[in-house]
Design a binder for this molecule. Structure first.
Ligand code: PEP
Ligand code: MN
Length: 346
């Protein structure tokens, strides 16, 4: 719309859009308002719209995904996960075990990662496993341990949800819902987490292109939930030396195409703990908004993903390096607010 467009002119455009079977979305910008037009083939009404009073131009969004593009929303989106603000320019590290195994394992890990400077806690209660005979998580009991860990440390937590029918139960407790790589194109799950209104950590599908990944994000955002954080966690290639191939170039590519924050999971991307710190620092240098890191008190005996899990000492060391690299890049490392009131061990 024109900088001087009146509210009546905006209303008039929205009415025309609606009358033709499309959905108008008002997009306030720094100095003028734009109106997004959603639906199939909105270019078909372009000629009518450009003639309306107050309209400067009607520009087709060139990509198949719409609301997640920079064309739709030029400014970076900040996703608020309780005390953690992901995408505000600072660097947010989310850390914790692959799976919640026991109360003690989770609580000790939560305290350790908080003391080393994590902004949020991770831990799977419902685990997607390649084999049906592997440990598939504690379920509801795992969620209770996560709630307790949050109470003791103040760290908000992200945990995976596997099916649309579990979304409400997990959303009731979690600060952020994780959609795993194996579910990245489970469209009914994407709609369900969209409807939940909770922030969502969306992993890139195992063999998904960046376009497919952004279309998955569009499923969530199109349900009226703008709180999506993209997570690059490695893709499947011919290379067998690493568990997956970390596509670091996906960070600047996704950030240039989309306004959504992008974090990197070097744990699943590499599969080997000695590869996690170098790739974590590389992700920071590549412009990522944060990290998702697996940390375990006793990785050798972890029930899942032990080989890629950092010890507490390794995580602490990594966080020191993260601070130094962040400083060199004029970035701030986000930490959780301190919890004076909480006991140091549980
Ligand atoms: C996880 O975060 O523990 C996990 C299962 O990740 P992914 O979906 O990326 O394999
Ligand atoms: Mn894992």
């Amino acid at each position: 719309m024109n900088v001087q467009a009146t509210p009546a002119q905006v209303q008039n455009v929205c009415d025309h859009v609606r009358d033709r079977g499309f959905v108008p979305v008002e997009l306030p910008g720094a100095d003028r308002l734009a109106i997004g037009v959603l639906g199939s083939n909105p270019s078909s009404i372009r000629d009518v719209i450009v003639e309306l009073p107050g309209v400067v131009d009607a520009v087709p969004v060139s990509k198949p995904y719409k609301q997640v593009t920079r064309e739709w929303h030029p400014d970076a989106t900040v996703v608020d996960v309780a005390t953690a603000r992901i995408g505000d320019g600072s660097f947010s590290v989310i850390a914790g075990p692959c799976a919640v195994e026991t109360r003690e394992q989770l609580i000790t890990t939560a305290h350790a990662v908080q003391q080393s400077g994590a902004a949020a806690l991770r831990g799977g209660a419902f685990k997607p496993r390649t084999s049906p005979y592997s440990f598939r998580g504690l379920g509801g009991a795992g969620l209770e341990h996560l709630v307790e860990a949050r109470r003791l440390t103040g760290l908000p937590f992200v945990t995976e949800v596997l099916t649309p029918s579990d979304v409400d139960a997990v959303a009731e407790h979690a600060d952020m819902l994780q959609v795993g790589t194996r579910n990245a194109q489970n469209f009914s799950l994407l709609e369900a987490v969209g409807d939940s209104g909770k922030p969502v950590l969306l992993k890139r599908g195992l063999s998904n292109t960046i376009e497919e990944w952004l279309l998955s994000a569009e499923y969530i955002v199109s349900r009226g939930n703008p709180g999506v954080v993209l997570c690059e966690r490695g893709i499947r290639t011919f290379e067998a030396a690493t568990r997956n191939t970390l596509d670091l170039s996906a960070v600047p590519v996704a950030k240039s195409l989309s306004h959504l924050p992008v974090v990197v999971d070097p744990s699943h991307a590499t599969g080997h703990r000695h590869l996690v710190p170098p790739m974590a620092l590389a992700a920071l240098a590549a412009g990522a908004d944060g990290l998702l890191i697996e940390v375990h008190p006793d990785p050798e005996n972890a029930l899942s993903d032990g080989p890629q899990s950092l010890t507490f000492a390794m995580f602490d060391d990594l966080m020191r390096h993260v601070s130094r690299v962040a400083e060199a890049l004029d970035r701030k490392v986000a930490t959780a607010p301190s919890q004076e009131a909480v006991p140091s061990s549980a």
